[in-house]
Structure formats: structure tokens, C-alpha cells
Design a protein around this ligand. Structure first.
Ligand SMILES: *Cc1c(COP(=O)(O)O)cnc(C)c1O
Length: 374
């Protein structure tokens, strides 16, 4: 089986730097909020062109801390796409706010101004909740259309929160992810484009108050001193060891993003005639967390690829408004048809920056042969 993501190849390429960084932490022993956390936050702030970066314990916690720092809670409607990972609605419900699932664009897989507007209209007509936040998910690494979303949220004084767990490193109209939304959350889960060797995440914002609250929340709601508790918080800090590893990975991140783009182009060129390949909207780049194709006979295609030693994965097999834990907040099957149809058709094929051309061709040959044999 060829690897779906090859973290070992990456480790071989950056091994000396990773070991040097880990050794430095072992020497200073400041495992919680050691100097690498601040160093990483500063480096990420420069990269993202934003004022504040707060290192956190996971992407999920970054979403939760962002919502808590924005003081979202009971009575608030938070709009989010049904075609996403469970962490997005989970964070909303943890705050006591109400998730409102909306549909996505069939080409970008992301929430749109039109789907958001129809969700807001429903909530206003029902008259029970305040529209407060849109959580736009940059699915598979492609930023949502934040300019278009802002034209809708502006009229309602709503906050734009980006779930950029998959898109850190991407841009839209020359603005990096991290500076596109009012608050952005990303993940350093090992398989994400910028991944650590364990859980980790970060929140980005230009809002001084939100950043200060987030720094307090990640350390149990501390105020001026450690034992001055001014709000309900969490234990949600990024640990020093992960920050050290991420600093080593940041050195090669731009090179890796270029390699991902090159592989995506290779796939586009060879596969566009046999399957639906990812759409590339004008002005945006992708971090290519996943390269996701579509086919009506998705499951048969996945089985045929496996026979040819090519792994694939389905992100995601079920939309959030149909999940057991969330269905009470949705309107059931048929209510969000694009998300439902995508869950039947999508499959992601191997994508990582260390794949050589011969392996990329092996993947393409397998897709082409498998589709022909369906
Ligand atoms: C991975 C992911 C998260 C959660 O990140 P963790 O670091 O695993 O907690 C949230 N949203 C999306 C869209 C993701 O892909």
C-alpha cells in the first residue's frame, strides 16, 4: 500500500532540526508555556499577518476558546456548514449556543453567502435566537469566500469565525488564512498541513480583547495572577514540546505547500477527464489538506483502488445534521441536499509533500484503470 500521508518521509527530511529543538526543551524543562510557545505564536502572527496568535491544545479547543472569548452562549445562533468534521458543531454546543446547519456550494464544498442568508432568514422568522456567528469551514484546505460572507454578516453585526483546521498556509486574494476572518482557529493534528507530533492548535485575531480573553481562558480563566480567577476557563494550552516541533516544521512549510500544489496540479492534469477533480476558484490557493475527487460509484472506486494498493478516505460519510448527536438541531434527510449528495460522492486520495512523480503516476494510473473497469 502506498502511504496516504507520509509523516516518516517528512521526519527524515527535517530530523536534525526536530531533534535539536526537542533536545532544547529537554534541557530547559519548561514543558508548560515554555519559550517555544511564544516563539511559535510570534512566527505564526508574522506569517498570517495578524496581531495576535494564541497557542492552544487542539483545533477543537481553538474553536471552543474562540467562541468563549467572543462571549457566545445560550440564545445565540451559530451558522455552520453541515458538510464538516464533528469538531465544528461540537464546539458550538459546548458553549450552550445553538448550531444552525446550512448547505454548501457543490464545487468549493464551503458555506456560501446564499446558504448563510437562508439560514439567517429561518432563524429570524422563528424569532427565538440571535444570529451571532458564522463558522466558515475552509474544507480540504480551500478558504471559504470570506468577502461574500462579510457582505451578509455586516448587516446583522455578526462575527465571522474561520474553522481553518485544514487550511493554514492557504491564501485568498493575497490575504493569508489567519487574517481572513475576525477570529480564525487552526489545528496542528499530525496529519494537517502544519502538524505536530500530538494534539495542538491556535487561534488568530486582530481583536485585543478577544486575544486577552483567550489567553485567560486557556489557563483556567486567570486574571492578573495565576490564582486570581476571573472567568470560567479551560486547561487548553499548547504544550512546549509541540511548539518546538512546529517551529522545526515551519522552516520547510512553504516548500511543502509548493510540493502539495505541484502534486494537485499533476492530479488535475491526469484525472480531470475521468472523475470530478477539485474546483479552483479565482483568487484563492489551497493548503491541500486533502485532494478530494467525486464519482457516482464512489464505494466501488475505493474498493478497486485498494486492490491496486492505493488507499483512499471518505471525508465525510455523513453530514452533521443527520448525525445522532446533532439531528435535533437539523431538519432531517433531504433538508441540505448538496451536503447529503457530497457525502455519497467524495473520496480523498493520497496527498502529501513527499510523494515522488512515479508514485503520483501510480495513483493516477490506478484511478484511471479503476474507473474504466467499473
Ligand atoms: C481536524 C479538524 C478539526 C479539529 O482539530 P483537532 O486538532 O483534531 O481538534 C476541526 N475542524 C475541522 C474542519 C478539522 O478538519
Amino acid at each position: 500500500m502506498i502511504p496516504f500521508v507520509d509523516l516518516k518521509a517528512q521526519f527524515r527530511a527535517i530530523e536534525d532540526d526536530v531533534r535539536r529543538r526537542i533536545d532544547a526543551v529537554l534541557e530547559h524543562q519548561r514543558f508548560i508555556m515554555g519559550p517555544e510557545v511564544g516563539e511559535l505564536e510570534a512566527a505564526l502572527a508574522v506569517r498570517a499577518g495578524c496581531q495576535h496568535v494564541v497557542g492552544l491544545s487542539s483545533g477543537t479547543d481553538a474553536l471552543l476558546v474562540a467562541l468563549m472569548a467572543a462571549e457566545i452562549g445560550p440564545g445565540d445562533a451559530v451558522f455552520l456548514p453541515a458538510f464538516t468534521f464533528t469538531a465544528t458543531p461540537e464546539a458550538v454546543l459546548m458553549t450552550g449556543a445553538t448550531p444552525v446547519f446550512v448547505d454548501v456550494d457543490p464545487r468549493t464544498f464551503n458555506i456560501t453567502a446564499a446558504t448563510l442568508e437562508s439560514g439567517i432568514k429561518q432563524v429570524l422568522d422563528a424569532g427565538e435566537l440571535r444570529p451571532r456567528v458564522v463558522m466558515a469551514v475552509d474544507l480540504f484546505g480551500l478558504p471559504a469566500d470570506y468577502d461574500a460572507l462579510r457582505r451578509v454578516t455586516g448587516a446583522h453585526g455578526m462575527l465571522v469565525l474561520g474553522d481553518a483546521a485544514q487550511s493554514f498556509g492557504a491564501n485568498a486574494n493575497d490575504t493569508p488564512v489567519g487574517a481572513l476572518a475576525d477570529i480564525t482557529a487552526t489545528s496542528f493534528f499530525p496529519a494537517k498541513p502544519l502538524g505536530g507530533y500530538g494534539d495542538g492548535g491556535a487561534m488568530f485575531t486582530n481583536d485585543d480583547d478577544v486575544a486577552a480573553r483567550a489567553r485567560s481562558i486557556r489557563a483556567h480563566g486567570k486574571g492578573e495572577g495565576k490564582y486570581d480567577i476571573v472567568r470560567i476557563g479551560l486547561n487548553a494550552r499548547l504544550d512546549t514540546m509541540q511548539a518546538a516541533i512546529l517551529l522545526a516544521k515551519l522552516e520547510v512549510f512553504d516548500e511543502e505547500l509548493r510540493a502539495r500544489e505541484q502534486l494537485a496540479k499533476h492530479y488535475d492534469a491526469r484525472l480531470a477527464d475521468v472523475v470530478t477533480v477539485p474546483y479552483r476558484p479565482n483568487g484563492a490557493s489551497s493548503a491541500w489538506a486533502q485532494y478530494t475527487i467525486q464519482h457516482d460509484e464512489r464505494d466501488a472506486l475505493a474498493a478497486a483502488l485498494k486492490e491496486r494498493d492505493v488507499p483512499s478516505a471518505v471525508y465525510y460519510p455523513m453530514p452533521m445534521h443527520m448525525q445522532t448527536a446533532y439531528k435535533a438541531y437539523g431538519n432531517g434527510p433531504g433538508s441540505l441536499p448538496v451536503s447529503e449528495r457530497l457525502c455519497q460522492r467524495v473520496m480523498s486520495i493520497p496527498m502529501h509533500p513527499y510523494m515522488d512523480g512515479a508514485t503520483a503516476d501510480q495513483v493516477c494510473d490506478a484511478v484511471i484503470a479503476s474507473v474504466a473497469a467499473l
